[in-house]
Ligand binder design. Structure first.
Ligand code: 13P
Length: 251
């Protein structure tokens, strides 16, 4: 089964409106010849509308960095699935480690967000990953298993096929310390196996699993060469057109 590669840039809390539009246009130009892969950028909420407009005639996907589980109501600071759809946004990052560790989001909240995205027909990228402490304690797979179980609770088989997973070891995010290709492949293969147990083989083979954590121009090729790595979620290196271009054009 061949899964379509997905290269995603998470812009986090960076870039003003003008900077975001400029970078979006540069990404569109950089990826013009690459129709065999999905390219996605995730700007901050403030830049979503402008970025959607800037890449309108291209095949670039624009994602939000979070979404509420409610469609409307008294939820100060939240953005709903309906609001995202209204802007033409069809994908969203959910459960990023910064949401989990800095803002205290737990699996139950993440699961509600994920199900709301699926119900609204928005493609969710569910992020999971262990901390350094958990890895050193030999708890990596148990932690991932529990994040996956919690995140996917009540998600039916037909819906699960539409989820994208992102394995982002917390110790590799923004640290310049990438998981080795072997470490990443081992975890990705485990996650696929786990999905097979949770759902079925067909689902496990359909779901794309991205790697994230210090992905750079000089490690993209070896990561993408792994059989269970279907794409990457890039932070820092997605903020410069030049480096993101090299990542998009992995060989
Ligand atoms: P870095 O690529 O900066 O390590 O960030 C990874 C990440 O958190 C993407 O979501």
């Amino acid at each position: 089964m061949s899964r379509r590669p997905l290269i995603a840039g998470n812009w986090k809390m960076h870039l003003t409106l003008d900077e975001a539009v400029q970078l979006a246009k540069a990404v569109a130009t950089a990826s013009a010849g690459c129709s065999d892969r999905d390219i996605m950028i995730a700007p901050a909420f403030t830049a979503l509308a402008a970025v959607v407009a800037a890449v309108k005639e291209t095949h670039i996907l624009v994602a939000a960095q979070n979404v509420s589980w409610e469609n409307q109501g008294a939820y100060t600071g939240e953005i709903s699935p309906v609001m995202l759809k209204d802007l033409g946004i069809n994908s969203v990052i959910i459960g990023h480690s910064e949401r989990r560790h800095i803002f205290g989001e737990n699996d139950a909240m993440i699961n509600r967000r994920l199900r709301a995205a699926l119900d609204a027909d928005i493609l969710p990228i569910l992020c999971i990953g262990e901390t350094l402490e958990e890895r050193e304690a030999g708890a990596t797979l148990t932690v991932l298993e529990s994040q996956l179980r919690g995140g996917l609770e009540q998600v039916r088989k037909e819906q699960a096929a539409r989820v994208v997973l992102a394995y982002e070891p917390v110790w590799a995010i923004g640290t310049g310390k990438t998981a080795s290709k072997e470490q990443a492949q081992e975890v990705h293969a485990f996650l696929r196996q786990f999905l097979e147990g949770l759902y079925e083989k067909n689902i496990a083979e359909t779901v794309r699993i991205l790697y994230g954590g210090s992905v750079k121009p000089d490690n993209i090729d070896e990561l993408m060469a792994q059989p269970d790595i279907d794409g990457v979620l890039v932070g820092g290196a997605a903020l410069k057109a030049e480096s993101f271009k090299r990542i998009i054009c992995f060989r």
